[in-house]
Design a protein around this ligand. Structure first.
Ligand SMILES: Nc1ncnc2c1ncn2[C@@H]1O[C@H](COP(=O)(O)OP(=O)(O)OP(=O)(O)O)[C@@H](O)[C@H]1O
Ligand SMILES: CC(=O)N[C@H]1[C@@H]2OC[C@@H](O2)[C@@H](O)[C@@H]1O[C@H](C)C(=O)O
Length: 376
């Protein structure tokens, strides 16, 4: 099987910008990771997306684009096209067979089988001259799945290529701490088990933005001045979401700052970091066995308080917590790589999701292929 070279594009729930990453793969066990980069959104555009989340609450059918959302979708797509151009200038030797395009989630209501990602695949194909696989969540929902998380099939492929020193550490759990956190449990043999585990950085970002006027708590500096307010952590963890059995997934707005109201800026940042960590550790209760190794990726791994709390908690089950980089992976690029890998799987008609990752009735492929030129 010839390998396909795909460029994955991810604009995640943190809404901070676009991650791009190359993967060359057969969509199965052979995975060669290529270069990656990040293109941030300007602050005003980030605010427009944030406003878009509010507008999107009115959407009842996934193709509706009320208010500013059509213009926002176009702006978002053109920014992705521009990002691809920048990537090609930076890495001119990279041949791109196809693009895997996530778009921007503005609404996720799995209980209504509704998930909306802004992003015009056809426009992106025409702008870049490359075939684009997009809209990868919808089919899963048609099969009764949550429509998220989709990364697990890629986590599982990476787990099979762990360096020698970690091969004895199964079951392993990948944790992605983005705006929302999701986990993938990978046993030594058998299917991965995955689900969204709780708020990742989204609450911290919203808190420091509202109370401190900065977009995120860089290196946990604000939290370093504060302490954990236990009662507030406990209140967050009482949310019925944590008791719900997997499969399950979250919308960015499902958790709010209400329970943190009244805290000092630093205490709030520190307390919400503890909430992120404890929500992840709680996820182990829903795994078939406690993982021996946690591999952490996503921007939240750069918050030392989240990492410290994770390590302290994991020690109780003698588990180790490492950064994606410690296993030879790239914790910033992993989701974009996953979208490249998923595009390749989609092109080959391979399943993207499984009953154990999203709750779909049967393993199912997904994605729509948009070609730059109309078919003759
Ligand atoms: N140096 C840092 N210190 C602390 N936090 C950081 C740092 N760098 C990034 N972050 C956090 O990581 C977030 C971005 O993470 P990431 O790019 O993994 O999220 P995402 O891909 O948008 O989200 P999702 O996985 O939910 O789709 C930022 O919003 C910020 O909260
Ligand atoms: C609907 C949606 O966009 N969900 C995101 C979000 O961000 C993290 C978590 O919630 C995860 O379920 C998902 O993204 C990852 C990349 C996924 O689908 O695997």
């Amino acid at each position: 099987m010839a390998l396909i070279r795909a460029l994955g594009l991810m604009s995640g729930t943190s809404m901070d910008g676009i991650d791009l990453a190359m993967v060359e793969s057969d969509g199965e066990g052979e995975v060669r990771r290529g270069p990656s980069m990040f293109v941030p959104y300007e602050a005003a555009f980030r605010r427009r997306i944030e406003a878009g989340l509010e507008t999107a609450k009115q959407i009842l059918r996934r193709d509706e684009r009320p208010g500013d959302l059509s213009a926002l979708e176009r702006g978002l797509t053109m920014r992705h096209a521009e990002a691809v151009k920048t990537f090609r200038t930076k890495f001119p030797a990279q041949k791109i067979d196809m693009i895997g395009f996530h778009g921007q989630t503005v609404l996720h209501r799995p209980e209504k089988a509704l998930t909306v990602q802004l992003g015009d695949g056809l426009l992106l194909a025409r702008e870049t001259g490359v075939s684009v696989v997009h809209d990868m969540r919808a089919r899963d929902m048609e099969y009764g799945g949550q429509g998220a998380p989709l990364v697990p099939v890629y986590h599982a492929a990476l787990a099979r290529s762990l360096p020698q020193e970690w091969r004895g550490s199964f079951p392993v759990a990948f944790v992605n701490i983005g705006g929302i956190s999701n986990v993938t449990y990978v046993p030594a043999q058998g299917d991965p088990v995955a689900f969204d585990s709780g708020p990742g950085n989204a609450l911290i970002d919203r808190w420091v933005s509202a109370e401190g006027g900065v977009p995120f708590d860089a290196d946990g500096m604000i939290a370093s001045e504060g302490g954990v307010v236990r009662a507030v952590v406990d209140r967050y963890l009482e949310n019925p979401f944590f008791e719900r059995r997997a499969p399950k997934s979250l919308d960015r707005l499902d958790f709010t700052l209400e329970d943190a109201a009244g805290l000092e800026l630093a205490d709030g940042a520190r307390t919400l970091a503890a909430v992120s960590a404890e929500a992840i550790l709680k996820a182990a209760e829903q795994m078939p066995e406690a993982p021996k190794l946690w591999i952490v990726c996503g921007g939240g791994r750069k918050n030392p308080h989240i990492m410290a709390d994770l390590r302290t908690g994991a020690e109780q089950s003698s588990a180790q917590v490492i950064l994606a980089e410690d296993a030879g992976f790239d914790g910033d690029a992993m989701e974009a790589e996953a979208w490249a890998y998923l595009a390749i799987r989609s092109a080959r008609g391979l399943p993207l999701t499984f009953p154990t990752t999203t709750g779909c009735r049967e393993a199912v492929t997904g994605g729509i292929l948009a070609r730059p030129e109309p078919m003759r």
